[in-house]
Design a binder for this molecule. Structure first.
Ligand code: CP
Length: 312
């Protein structure tokens, strides 16, 4: 595999899940594969899980991870083509990506959307510029429109905890105080579309995700109807896609409660705001898989890095 930028880079979800489970059972079995190879992790935005689990994955493969907070610590990077750089940006992505490629065998990038310029966000300017101007493989650690390391993690976690052949999985919007990206929801939908599950989405009117991603996945605007007979409830807030980046509702009726969850397992990518998105009683119960999801981030990243290392 050359790059991992989207869930579409997973050629066979079932075999990827099988391979990730094998890595989880024996995390150090490929410790020689990444010897003398360097992973560069570039963060334009904050992170806890992605930052630590991707480094841990690299270490499990014998790689040397090096990390940089680009926003704040590096020179301001210019992404525009032909720009006269007399403003705040000090170096162009053409040089920056080529330079980082001198130090790293794989580069992983996190760059969130603006949430005010839909066209710019959908162009994935930062991620695609690294793919274009770096000379080494690129891994997406959450971009404007996707979080494929999280999406694959969630597929792995559902596979481990499903107790029937075709579980019902609900992706439910929940309220939040800030406008959040669509990336996690998008990649979760794309991952579930590659699995044998019954996927439905629940969100208030005005919050439908990009129909080019949801395709024919049923969308309910009534949470109670969507949750009927659910085996997994995956919860995430996102801002409006149609009224791009706006908060149209903070309706606390959409918060996940133990009563609504019933017998379903609860999932969330974290970080999560307690008693805004989901009540304590859910997170503190055995129904919650959130810590297991966070654990699986390591093995999802490890499989991605392993596949890239094998093709270097
Ligand atoms: N789920 C996730 O990507 O967590 P971080 O933002 O902390 O990396």
């Amino acid at each position: 595999m050359k790059h991992y930028t989207s869930i579409h880079d997973i050629d066979n979800m079932d075999s990827w899940i099988t391979e990730a489970k094998a890595l989880k059972a024996n995390p150090l079995k490929d410790i020689e594969l990444g010897k003398n190879k360097t992973l560069g992790l570039l963060f334009f935005n904050s992170s806890l899980r992605t930052r630590l689990s991707t480094q841990k994955a690299a270490l499990n493969l014998g790689m040397n991870p090096i990390v940089m907070n680009v926003s704040g610590d590096a020179w301001g990077i210019e992404f525009g083509d032909g720009t006269r750089m007399d403003g705040n940006t000090a170096e162009h992505i053409k040089e920056a990506a080529a330079v980082v490629s001198q130090y790293c065998d794989i580069i992983a990038v996190r760059a969130f959307p603006t949430l005010n310029d839909k066209e710019k966000d959908e162009s994935e300017q930062v991620l695609k510029s690294f793919v274009k101007f770096a000379s080494v493989p690129i891994v997406n650690m959450e971009s404007a429109t996707g979080h494929p390391l999280q999406g694959f993690t969630d597929a792995l976690t559902i596979s481990e905890h499903a107790d029937k052949a075709k579980p019902k999985v609900v992706l439910s919007w929940a309220p939040h105080t800030k406008a959040l990206p669509h990336a996690v929801g998008n990649s979760f939908v794309q991952a579930m579309q590659k699995m044998d599950v019954e996927l439905v989405i629940a969100n208030p009117e005005g919050y439908d995700l990009n129909p080019e991603i949801t395709k024919d996945t049923p969308v309910y605007h009534n949470q109670e109807d969507a949750f009927k007979d659910a085996d997994f409830v995956y919860t995430k807030n996102w801002s409006s896609y149609d009224d791009y980046g706006k908060i149209l509702s903070t309706d606390s009726d959409w918060m996940i409660t133990k009563e609504k969850l019933g017998h379903a397992k609860f999932m969330h990518c974290l970080p999560v705001r307690r008693n805004v998105v989901v009540e304590d009683a859910v997170l503190d119960s055995k129904s919650s898989l959130v810590i297991e999801q966070a654990n699986n981030r390591t093995y999802a990243a490890q499989l991605v890095l392993k596949k890239i290392l094998k093709d270097l």
